[in-house]
Write a protein of this length. Structure first.
Ligand code: AMP
Ligand code: MG
Length: 484
């Protein structure tokens, strides 16, 4: 693999040079062959399972890689932690893919670093499998996300509440820059470092801004805001609950990162929350847009000193950007919901229609994915139409009336709804079952079977129906954990 290490060209206070701690007996558990293809992993490595296990456990440092742990800070559940950093991850470097795009290659669970605090630097197999499955599902759902190239078992035990098999995940991301990375330097008043970081981040993600003069940092804020809006709107489309939207888990690239306590919403209810530590419901499904806004304000605060030395003038410049958030989000959200209902463009009154559909879903405790699938089916099936009419009542008739009202032909409506409404999502009870099977059998057979279906989420394959059933108890007792 041809590594470059652009982050190590920054000053050494952006990271610590540190090597993964070797593991006892590494074996490849999950391997992402198509991603490996995209990243042009050399054949001699790809076809040698032992070499792969050595390289992606951190036992063998590939030529050209300069492993580092990056430093960052972050607001966790609203409280500022001035120093976090990669406490169990090693950035190996970047590689270019087939189309010349650059990707960070990071090992997670690869041992302690100086940012580990009390932690052991390790990762258990269960959360590693979860990250692989969830990120792969998101990728094929069409949601921007970091990905997993490999899960390697370590042959070692990690101790959480109980002893668990250990694993190392290889994460692939367009970068690991987070709002928290900026907060680390901003909170120390290190404007020089902040400026360096901004230029580095713009160079990687928003090169078009390099040309801009004075308002560069304001534009930077806008761009990050737009990407994050697109991201969270996509989460809302498929029913994804991130679960830990701390500022250190909010990327500058607009990719989903950190699959610790995430879950999928079954029954539609904006208050849905599954994370065991989120007792206040801060990161509930329907709070995600508001939290994103909050996180972006934290990001804007970091940029103020670069925008203008006069604090008041700087605030004056970012205010219009942040003030536009709610309208921007609403617009994109409504556009997305309209598409879920087969409306290519919105007109007056559609907002009310969308609200009524969602209210009916919530009041009737209806499954989000199942109901939108039935609506899609209802375009061509009488049986589906009468089934969904039973649960949506008058709202169903209103929707049909609205469809008749638009120019689009039936085929276009169908197309739009197929593209917007997955037939299968990684439902919590299936994810848990597959993780359990992975741990019990020590093989990835059931994970691979699940992944085959999740990689075609808009298509009914022979095996799809095995995974479409909503949880029998509506996930009422379901809890997720950070997995640390
Ligand atoms: P996360 O909840 O994964 O976003 O992690 C929050 C912070 O805790 C990051 O700085 C992680 O590197 C650190 N962390 C989480 N688990 C461990 C662990 N087992 N050992 C060391 N650091 C950890
Ligand atoms: Mg994190």
């Amino acid at each position: 693999m041809h590594f470059s290490n652009s982050y190590t060209s920054l000053d050494d206070f952006f990271y610590e040079r540190t090597r993964p701690t070797p593991v006892h007996d590494p074996h490849i558990f999950l391997w992402n062959a198509s991603l490996a293809e995209q990243l042009m992993i050399p054949n001699e490595l790809k076809h040698d399972p032992n070499a792969l296990a050595q390289a992606f456990s951190g036992n063998y440092i590939m030529p050209g890689s300069e492993p580092i742990a990056t430093v960052y800070a972050g607001h966790q559940f609203g409280s500022f932690v001035p120093q976090l950093g990669d406490g169990r991850a090693h950035l190996l470097g970047e590689v270019l893919d087939q189309s010349g795009e650059g990707w960070d290659i990071q090992l997670k669970g690869s041992g302690r670093t100086s940012f580990s605090r009390g932690g052991d630097g390790r990762c258990a197999l269960g959360p590693a499998v979860r990250e692989f499955i969830m990120s792969e599902a998101m990728k094929f759902l069409g949601v921007p996300t970091t990905r997993c190239l490999a899960v390697v078992t370590t042959g070692e035990t990690v101790f959480r509440e109980t002893p668990l098999p250990g694993a190392v995940v290889t994460r692939v991301a367009s970068s690991h820059l987070r709002i928290g990375t900026f907060q680390f330097f901003a909170s120390r008043g290190d404007h020089q470092a902040l400026e360096t970081l901004c230029h580095y981040a713009m160079g990687r993600h928003y090169p078009e801004l390099q040309e801009e003069g004075e308002n560069q940092y304001v534009s930077f804020l806008s761009k990050v805001m737009e990407r994050q809006i697109q991201l969270v709107v996509e989460w809302m489309r498929v029913g994804f609950i991130h679960g830990v939207m701390n500022t250190d888990n909010t990327t500058i690239s607009g990719e989903t990162i950190d699959y610790g306590p995430c879950a999928m919403m079954g029954i539609y209810d904006p208050r849905t929350v599954y994370s065991s530590i989120d007792t206040m419901g801060r990161y509930a499904f329907g709070n995600q847009p508001g939290i994103l806004h909050w996180n972006l304000i934290r990001f804007a605060e970091c940029l103020l000193p670069l925008i203008d030395a006069d604090g008041e003038k700087a605030v004056h410049q970012v205010e219009p950007v942040l003030a536009a958030f709610s309208d921007r989000f609403e617009k994109e959200y409504m556009k997305m919901m309209g598409r879920k209902l087969g409306l290519a463009s919105l007109k007056k009154g559609d907002r009310e229609l969308i609200d009524s559909v969602l209210k009916q879903l919530k009041d009737g405790r209806l499954d989000y994915t199942v109901t939108f699938n039935l609506l899609t089916e209802s375009l061509k099936s009488e049986a589906a139409a009468s089934q969904v009419k039973k649960s949506l009542g008058d709202v169903f008739d209103l929707w049909q009336e609205r469809l008749r009202d638009q120019e689009a032909v039936l085929q276009e409506v169908q197309e739009l709804m197929w593209q917007s409404n997955p037939v299968v999502i990684p439902r919590n009870h299936h994810v848990e079952k597959v993780i359990q099977a992975s741990l019990e059998t020590g093989t990835a057979t059931s994970a691979e079977k699940f992944l085959r279906v999740l990689r075609s989420p808009y298509e009914e394959l022979a095996q799809t129906s095995d995974y479409q059933d909503p949880p029998s108890d509506g996930d009422s007792d379901y809890k997720t954990f950070c997995g640390t």
